[in-house]
Design a protein around this ligand. Structure first.
Ligand code: SF4
Ligand code: SF4
Length: 302
């Protein structure tokens, strides 16, 4: 069994499965009676590329963006972290204005696709993911009653989702791999989940981590890559996906520095020695207590 990626918008309506050539009847425009209705009940899951586009548009760093505009959620039972767009108490997207979307040119992938859902699936043992589409027909959306027919492919072009799909591919693969592996992969350690969050969503913090001395000592990257990572959010995002594939699924594409384990032990020698001494002291104390308890109770020599 394969598992579809989450539908971008919450809907009770069962979507119909479609191919790129399938025709849909749909048009959304400012004069329509339901204008903004979808953004008043927004449930938007953000991808790393969505966050890059929005944080760059707003001129804030990723940590600030996450704090102001998102809420975290768990994508699966193992706590794989995701982020959704923050809304007001009534469920309205904070970017909605009377004139429409306040960040239209940089609106997230899910907003571009709606009412089409992009359902990426990874059947078990299949070499790559498969893309299917679905049409979500909701009562409030009157765009389905408009007199215009177009194919899914034409709709994707109109909404300029191709670039978004390209940029989202690696991230989708990370999630699908986890889903298709099921319980065999098990729950990732807490540190890996934290790395997943930072490398995907809090990119500016991830950049500081990758450029730190600690990271450079552990991983053997070419200087040009460090330079790209320093200057370019997309290069950093792509490197994050590589690192996560290595850490989570053992897909080795990044060289670890030789002798890193030995160096770590060397660097932590003092701490290790301190712990060793502490353990010895504790064991001795336990032994002493045992003998002194024996004395109180009247031992063989009493
Ligand atoms: S980002 Fe724009 S299109 Fe998407 S829900 Fe918000 S206002 Fe609507
Ligand atoms: S037609 Fe649908 S997508 Fe367009 S504004 Fe209305 S509810 Fe939103």
């Amino acid at each position: 069994m394969s598992e579809p990626f989450d539908l971008p918008f919450q809907s009770d309506v069962m979507p119909k499965m479609l191919s790129p050539d399938s025709k849909i009847r749909f048009r959304c425009h400012k004069g329509i009676s339901c204008f903004n209705a979808c953004c008043k009940q927004a449930d938007i899951t953000l991808t790393p590329y969505d966050i890059i586009r929005l944080k760059q548009r707003l001129g804030v760093d990723s940590s600030e963006f996450l704090k102001q505009h998102t809420v975290p959620f768990q994508m699966d039972g193992d706590g794989l972290p995701g982020v959704k767009m923050r809304t007001n108490d009534d469920g309205q997207c904070l970017f909605m204005t009377e004139e429409g979307c306040g960040v239209y040119e940089d609106r997230p992938t899910a907003c571009r696709y709606y009412p089409v859902a992009n359902l990426a699936m990874k059947p078990k043992d299949a070499p790559a993911e498969q893309i299917h589409y679905a049409l979500v027909v909701e009562e409030h959306c009157k765009g389905h009653e408009e007199d215009r027919e177009l194919t899914i492919e034409e709709y994707r072009k109109e909404q300029q989702v191709e670039q978004y799909d390209d940029m989202n591919r690696e991230y989708m693969q990370l999630i699908l791999k986890k889903k298709s592996a099921g319980p065999t992969v098990g729950k990732p350690p807490e540190l890996s989940l934290q790395l997943f969050f930072m490398a995907n969503y809090d990119l500016d913090r991830f950049r500081r981590f990758v450029l730190s001395d600690t990271f450079r000592k552990a991983w053997d990257l070419p200087e040009e890559l460090y330079l790209d990572i320093e200057q370019d959010d997309i290069a950093l995002m792509k490197f994050g996906s590589r690192l996560l594939k290595q850490v989570l699924y053992g897909e080795k594409t990044i060289k670890e520095r030789e002798g890193i384990l030995e160096r770590r032990v060397e660097e932590r020698k003092d701490v290790i020695e301190m712990r060793r001494q502490f353990e010895i002291q504790r064991a001795r104390k336990k032994e002493d207590e045992k003998y002194s308890e024996g004395g109180d109770q009247g031992g063989c020599n009493a």
